[in-house]
Design a binder for this molecule. Structure first.
Ligand code: GLC
Length: 431
């Protein structure tokens, strides 16, 4: 009996150790590079862009076979992968995350697993993912791939809580077949498109209300990804605490630590963090959504995200003709100018060590603190500070600023500035 017990305890210990995921050296390196990048651009582009109603359009009425006819008219004549990537790099972003297949089930690369793809189903016949991957490599921009776990078109995808009106047969679910399909697609993505720094999953929540808990079999899928590209990071927009095998933690529409959109009840993990956010209101191109945040707001959001120790993955919904919207290009250029001058205070920094404040945040590198005063109305700040100060100056002007440093508190007077100053940066170097 005792022997049996020892044996089963040993087996249990073995099982638990084999469950625990340890990121490889390659993954750790990617995590470090990812965390230093701080800024990426999300691209939601698919045949849904043609309807101009966002990437969820199929969920709101059309039958999948009727919707699929859009593919026959998809000819984004003005698509220029190099122009996209150059504009994005010009913004100071260091990676893109491209929607290879969204919930509508249309694949934006030449997959052999289904004809419902950009090459076989459209008159355009170009593998846009291949072109993007080449452009990324040529411009030294990292490539991340969004991949939807949901499919509102394929009958084998088990019925979740969305996509009920597309005409899909709810009784034809075949999880093993669908899981296999996804893994074959992921294998293509990780074999034929150069270095992929991350796979970004979405859709887990489609089965969060099942009566019998749904098993997505994430662990073997993650393992396969790491096997195919050992440096590839895995992230999942499930709004839960990270699962084994995940290498980054994603937050949707909120910086870590806030929950204004209702997707962020999860804890903040020790993984590198990313917040995805829209430039206007929608992810996919929406013709009536011209409500873009202005450049100043976007810069402040990037600063705030960096202060929370996270990357900003800022979304653009490219137009059906293949161009990035003019407004988005404008904001990219504006952010690029700002980062050109101030990027040192963002890239490769760590999160704020100062108490949360209304006036802004801080970022850190070594002995240097960058205090970001993003509220233009603030004329002085006081923060806890117990280290000796070697230098305290305005980052842009390099001029010394007036300050009072008592034992553990630092007060700084901040010059008057225009309301559209995105961020007044103070550089403090400790002794
Ligand atoms: C949500 C939406 C999806 C979008 C994603 C981006 O999960 O369902 O359409 O792609 O957020 O974060």
């Amino acid at each position: 009996m005792k022997n049996k017990l020892t044996l089963s305890l040993a087996a249990l210990a073995l099982a638990t150790t084999s469950l625990a995921y340890t990121p490889s050296a390659e993954v750790r390196q990617s995590q470090e590079e990812f965390a230093a990048d701080r800024f990426g651009i999300f691209l939601h582009w698919g045949i849904y862009s043609m309807f101009g109603q966002g990437e969820w359009y199929l969920n709101y009425g059309p039958k999948a076979d009727e919707y699929a006819k859009a593919a026959k008219g998809f000819y984004p004549a003005d698509f220029d992968a190099d122009a996209w990537v150059k504009a994005i790099k010009g913004a100071g972003a260091r990676y893109i995350c491209f929607t290879t297949r969204h919930h509508d089930g249309f694949s934006m690369w030449h997959t052999a697993q289904s004809d419902y793809n950009i090459v076989d189903a459209t008159p355009f016949k170009r593998d846009v993912l291949k072109e993007l991957s080449d452009a990324c490599q040529a411009n030294d921009v990292k490539l991340h791939l969004y991949y939807s776990h949901i499919d509102w078109t394929r009958p084998d995808y088990p019925w979740g809580r969305t996509g009920h009106t597309t005409g899909r047969d709810s009784t034809a679910a075949d999880w093993p077949a669908y899981y296999d399909f996804m893994n074959r697609q992921l294998t293509e993505l990780l074999t034929d498109y150069g270095p992929v720094r991350a796979i970004w999953f979405d859709g887990w929540w489609d089965h969060d209300s099942d009566t019998i808990p749904f098993d997505w079999q994430l662990a073997p899928q993650y393992e396969m990804i790491h096997r195919l590209q050992p440096a590839c990071l895995v992230g999942n927009n499930h709004h839960q605490n990270p699962y084994e095998g995940e290498d980054i933690q994603i937050f949707e529409r909120d910086v870590p630590g806030e929950n204004t959109a209702g997707y962020s009840e999860q804890d903040i993990s020790r993984l590198p963090l990313e917040t995805c956010q829209t430039m206007n209101g929608m992810w996919g191109y929406k013709v009536v959504d011209t409500n873009y945040k202005d450049t100043v707001t976007l810069i402040r959001y990037l600063v705030k995200t960096a202060g929370q120790g996270a990357n900003l993955l800022l979304n653009i919904g490219p137009q059906p003709n293949g161009e990035l919207p003019a407004a988005a290009l404008d904001h990219l250029a504006g952010m690029g100018r700002w980062l050109e001058a101030n990027g040192e205070t963002i890239y490769g920094t760590t999160s704020s060590r100062l108490p949360k404040a209304e006036w802004g945040t801080s970022t850190h590198r070594g002995d240097t603190t960058y205090i970001h005063v993003t509220d233009p109305g603030v004329s002085s700040i006081t923060v806890p500070w117990n280290k000796k100060i070697k230098k305290l100056s305005a980052y842009a002007e390099k001029s010394r600023l007036q300050y009072k440093h008592s034992k553990d508190s630092l007060s700084i007077a901040i010059p008057i500035r225009a309301d559209d100053t995105p961020d007044y940066i103070i550089e403090v170097v400790n002794r």
